[in-house]
Design a binder for this molecule. Structure first.
Ligand code: GAR
Length: 220
């Protein structure tokens, strides 16, 4: 089996990157990590990747005159590593239409909300402020508009009394670490098609019981 050469783009601690790399190390996983790139040289995830023998490259966006110049270097670095798939994993830099189009349907992102709800920053506080009882995370193919594109996988969790943006973020992050490897596995194995901007799976997908919140304790 030819494993899909996968780049992971980060800006910070890289916990999703770690989940992806760990999954890719499982025997039979249809993708392999070939480069980790950060637009922030100080990103903690870079050293984690380098310690595991994965090429880890900083491309500091502040060193470039404009977005196009930054993206041209990013694109060339991806070509230099023969990249086939890209996973944005906490990569906090908007990508322009030119870059997104060049990697169309090969470029994925994870976002900590149930898209299309709450795109952008500060998702957990906004969800709490809106009174949402179910929140979660989404993996999607990237389109030009921020946090938009065909959705590959989502996970939902219930909001608990007393939850804060921090406690929600921590529980959602655990779910992120489950669905990103799952989505990458599906894409890399060729089980995914996009039809009319919706994702179709050429594989059986089991849908669990609905998550109902609040779920009241049984009374007798
Ligand atoms: C994750 O929660 C990810 O979903 C979010 O940044 C965090 C990165 O954490 N991404 C976005 O908000 C993108 N719009 P990590 O560096 O530990 O993976």
């Amino acid at each position: 089996m030819m494993k899909k050469r996968t780049a992971i783009l980060i800006s910070g601690r890289g916990s999703n990157m770690q989940a992806l790399v760990t999954a890719m190390q499982e025997p039979g996983f249809p993708a392999e990590p070939c480069v980790v790139i950060s637009n922030r040289p100080e990103a903690l995830g870079l050293s984690w990747a380098a310690e595991r023998g994965i090429p880890a490259i900083a491309i500091d966006h502040r060193q470039f005159a404009n977005r196009m110049a930054f993206e041209a270097r990013l694109h060339q670095t991806l070509l230099d590593h023969n990249v086939e798939l890209i996973c944005l994993a906490g990569f906090m830099r908007l990508l322009t239409g030119g870059f997104v189009d060049r990697w169309r349907d090969r470029l994925m992102n994870i976002h900590p909300s149930l898209l299309p709800a709450f795109p952008g920053l500060d998702t957990h506080q906004r969800a709490l402020d809106a009174g949402a009882l179910i929140v979660g995370c989404s993996v999607h193919f990237v389109r030009t508009e921020m946090d938009s594109g065909p959705i590959l996988a989502q996970a939902a969790i219930g909001v608990l009394p007393g939850d804060t943006a921090e406690t929600l973020a921590a529980r959602v992050l655990e779910a992120e670490h489950q669905i990103y490897p799952l989505a990458l596995r599906l894409v890399a194995s060729g089980a995914v098609r996009i039809d009319n901007e919706s994702v179709l799976f050429d594989a059986p997908v089991v849908v669990d019981k609905p998550l109902v919140v609040p779920r009241l304790a049984a009374t007798h």
